[in-house]
Design a protein around this ligand. Structure first.
Ligand code: 5AD
Ligand code: SF4
Length: 456
């Protein structure tokens, strides 16, 4: 870690999948920075290319193998001029298919899972002597060994930052590979989370999104060895001076406890936008998915959350075509969507994941049926998202202005409900929350007009 860079090497990380991978990619860059690796935006000049992969659905892993084919050409082009390119595969495909990747793609120098990121410099050194695979789940705490980014690097990444507080999942939904690729649930200690959050805020970050595969199952230990839940953690984070916004994702309905709901009631920094996947509205399918709650229980939970925070905007994930899903089951999903009214939603065709219970189930649904159901579902949620955006027109919302806009003289940021907002204004607005009157909607965004010079 104290090793001084001998000469600068160029690093390109391509990230697939969820925000946890985005966070991990940054941490890999941080682990390599002391060893002389500088990020580049041009893959063709990279000395090291890392693919941070996702295994959640079939297409995600197929993309990796086609990318490796393209990388071989780039590497050969570099070798032809006397340079080289090392190629590494990280993330969940690496974890799940380590040896197979090496066998299928001789172009790969190293394959390593999410628990090995702190060993990355060592793995690269070892790869000089041949292909390396590291997909162990070690006992040691990788976060203790991963260096933090320098302040200037942190703020260059943006005013909003991700912070992983929890990894893995013990829920074993029958469609999902996460419990196998990311392992059992582990929460980072409270002290570590608070220290990382303070570091981010001191570097200038205004908004933190806490991440975890099942983030609201967070149960980190405090200094006295007591288990602290996400609600209590939110209260502790809210005390950090300069932290203006706090979010978290992704949550399971079963772990939405009273303390977390109370945090939504009491904490102004905790943003009124909640990603709370239900996956299906049919109790039969929810049971087969091993979600461990019914549609009615989910709706009752939403009612409690809205009682605590009436303007809460909801987002969800939906799977269509789970094995055995009938037309009536699918209609129940549409019906729960109508009942909740989502501000945004992510929806997927069920994709068989080897090793999961869903893969063994009979009555797999035909592709055309999945396609048609997905289309109908997306029509509904798109209309709901448009209606939600429309309902904001005429309101004044606090917008964290984060970056220059698409056109000169414009800036862009996010509303409390995670909507992108564009407005006329100078770069001096960037970095603070401003009151913005919403005057119109675009595709997936809002347009606004600056109301007040600056919020406190
Ligand atoms: N097929 C389709 N969608 C899936 N998801 C997880 N596993 C699968 C699968 N096998 C979706 C779920 C989850 C989101 C991250 O991805 O909706 O909430
Ligand atoms: Fe997968 Fe279910 Fe765990 Fe979410 S809660 S990561 S869907 S097993």
């Amino acid at each position: 870690m104290n090793e001084m860079p001998t000469h600068s090497k160029k690093l390109f990380i391509k990230t697939y999948g969820c925000q946890m991978n985005v966070y991990d990619s940054d941490r890999m860059a941080d682990a390599l920075a002391p060893h002389g690796y500088q990020p580049t935006g041009d893959i063709a000049e990279a000395d090291l290319v890392l693919l941070n992969t996702c295994h959640i659905r079939e297409k995600a892993s197929e993309k990796v193998f086609s990318e490796l084919g393209r990388l071989k050409e780039l590497r050969d082009a570099r070798r032809a001029v006397g340079a080289d390119m090392k190629i590494g595969v990280a993330g969940c495909v690496a974890q799940a298919e380590g040896e197979e990747i090496i066998a299928r793609s001789p172009v790969v120098d190293l394959v390593f899972g999410p628990q090995a990121y702190h060993r990355l410099p060592d793995l690269i050194a070892r790869s000089e002597r041949g292909q390396v695979v590291d997909t162990d789940f070690p006992q040691e705490d990788k976060f203790e060994h991963l260096p933090a980014a320098k302040k200037e690097v942190t703020i260059k990444r943006g005013l909003t930052a991700f912070l992983t507080v929890q990894e893995g999942c013990d829920k074993f939904c029958s469609f999902c590979v996460v419990p196998y690729t990311r392992g059992a649930e582990v929460s980072r200690p409270v002290r570590q989370v608070l220290a990382e959050a303070r570091g981010l805020v001191e570097a200038g970050v205004k908004e933190i999104t806490l991440l975890g595969q099942n983030v609201n199952a967070y149960h980190g230990l405090d200094e006295t060895g007591r288990s602290v839940g996400l609600g209590e953690l939110a209260f502790l984070l809210a005390d950090i001076p300069g932290l203006e916004r706090l979010r978290y994702t992704t949550s399971h309905p079963r772990d939405m406890d009273d303390a977390l709901i109370a945090a939504h009631r009491d904490l102004a920094v905790l943003m009124p936008y909640l990603h709370l996947p239900v996956q299906s509205g049919s109790d039969r399918i929810l049971k087969a998915m091993n979600r461990r709650h019914t549609g009615a229980e989910y709706l009752a939970l939403i009612t409690r959350i809205k009682a605590a925070r009436p303007d809460m905007a909801l987002s969800g994930d939906f799977i269509v075509g789970f094995p055995g899903e009938t037309d009536a089951d699918f209609e129940a999903t549409l019906s729960i969507i109508r009942e909740v009214g989502y501000a945004s939603a992510f929806s997927f065709k069920y994709s068989t994941r080897p090793g999961t219970p869903g893969a063994e189930m009979g009555d797999q649904i035909a592709e055309e049926v999945k396609t048609e159901r997905l289309y109908r579902l997306q029509e509904l949620v798109n209309a709901q998202a448009a209606a939600f955006h429309q309902s904001c027109v005429g309101k004044t919302l606090p917008v964290l202005i984060e970056r220059p806009g698409r056109n000169p003289g414009q800036v862009g940021g996010r509303s409390p409900y995670l909507q992108a907002v564009h407005l006329e204004g100078g770069a001096d607005l960037i970095g603070a929350i401003h009151q913005v009157e919403i005057v119109g909607t675009g595709t997936n965004s809002l347009t606004g007009r600056l109301k007040v010079a600056a919020a406190a």
